[in-house]
Design a protein around this ligand. Structure first.
Ligand code: RIB
Ligand code: CA
Length: 320
């Protein structure tokens, strides 16, 4: 099997945790590294959480690098209310056996990508884009070298989740998002328009709980936490088809099975000046207006297909 080389940049984070369980269990990836960024919780915790999840999944073969502590310009702003104070919901923190790899995440991204054939390394970004923006500042040639940059981020038709018009990852570091989108990277954005179609319904969570592996139990536990918290904070209805959106597995699922998503060519720009609409993603689909359509925006997702990939990946044991 010709495996896809992949770096995952994340801020675990309960849905990042599900994405990592998917990536750790899917045999189709050559996982080069997991890089942590400050976001949902501070980077000390996101890096520790990535190491915890790596140990649970039995994937200490994958190095974890700690990255940016704070956004390019803004003050750090977490989302602990949706992820728990430690970042992994009800999962009690423990000190993982294996430490972080030496070196900073930004340097790891540059070194790993530049050492491999052009366009051969994909990057899944599921937190604030600070690490990638810093890497592109240090090595602008990275943009032409990287393969697809699959980003969980952005808000358009669905509106925002941190403000009326912005999604958290982009809102947390809008300058980083703007720099990445202007860099020439091949960016594919999985915003709320797509991720709100991928929900952890009672039936889907129960299916994961029945699998019996540590990865499955961990993924299900994260979704149970989100189910409870979203009901408490957002007040979602007790309907069988309802469930909290599971955002971060979407870019990983697309890399595994692109047919699960519908993408539209577009040009995305980010609001960085207005406080009211900070982090809004202005998604322009009209080439005559934008001049070029260098990005892609996910407009639809096959939720059953995404959950089938998650169930298959977390049902594996050991390393792939
Ligand atoms: O808006 C959803 C995104 O913000 C997800 O990546 C979640 O983990 C939080 O970081
Ligand atoms: Ca995240």
């Amino acid at each position: 099997m010709n495996r896809q080389s992949l770096i995952i940049d994340c801020d675990p984070g309960v849905d990042d945790a599900v994405a990592l369980m998917l990536a750790f269990g899917a045999g189709e990836f050559e996982l080069l590294a997991v890089t942590a960024v400050g976001g949902n919780v501070p980077v000390e915790k996101t890096a520790r959480n990535a190491r915890m999840l790596r140990q649970i999944a039995g994937r200490e073969d994958v190095p974890v690098f700690a990255g940016a502590e704070r956004p390019l310009r803004r003050e750090p702003a977490g989302a602990g209310e949706f992820h728990g104070a430690e970042g992994l919901g009800d999962l009690a923190p423990f000190e993982p056996d294996a430490p972080c790899a030496d070196g900073h995440a930004v340097d790891a991204i540059i070194d790993l990508v530049m050492a491999r054939p052009e366009r051969s390394v994909a990057l899944a970004v599921m937190g604030p884009m600070t690490n990638l923006a810093l890497a592109l500042r240090e090595a602008p040639e990275l943009a032409a070298r990287l393969g697809p940059v699959a980003v969980m981020g952005g808000a358009r038709s669905e509106g925002g989740n941190i403000t009326a018009s912005a999604e958290f990852n982009i809102w947390a570091d809008p300058e980083a998002a703007a720099e990445v989108l202007a860099s020439g990277c091949e960016v594919v954005l999985f915003g709320l328009d797509a991720t709100h179609q991928v929900r952890a319904t009672e039936e889907r969570i129960a299916l994961l709980e029945a699998i019996g592996t540590a990865k499955a139990a961990t993924a299900a536990s994260m979704m149970r936490f989100s189910q409870r918290i979203e009901r408490e904070i957002v007040g979602w209805p007790s309907l069988p088809e309802w469930g909290p959106p599971v955002h971060d597995p979407c870019p990983v699922a697309w890399l595994l099975k692109p047919a699960l998503f519908e993408l539209a060519p577009c040009h995305v720009r980010v609001e960085t000046e207005s406080e009211l609409t900070r982090g809004h993603t202005a998604v322009e689909f009209r080439e005559a207006v934008a001049g070029s359509l260098p990005h892609r925006w996910a407009t639809a997702a096959d939720a059953d297909g995404v959950f089938a990939l998650i169930a298959a990946a977390v049902g594996t044991t050991g390393t792939n």
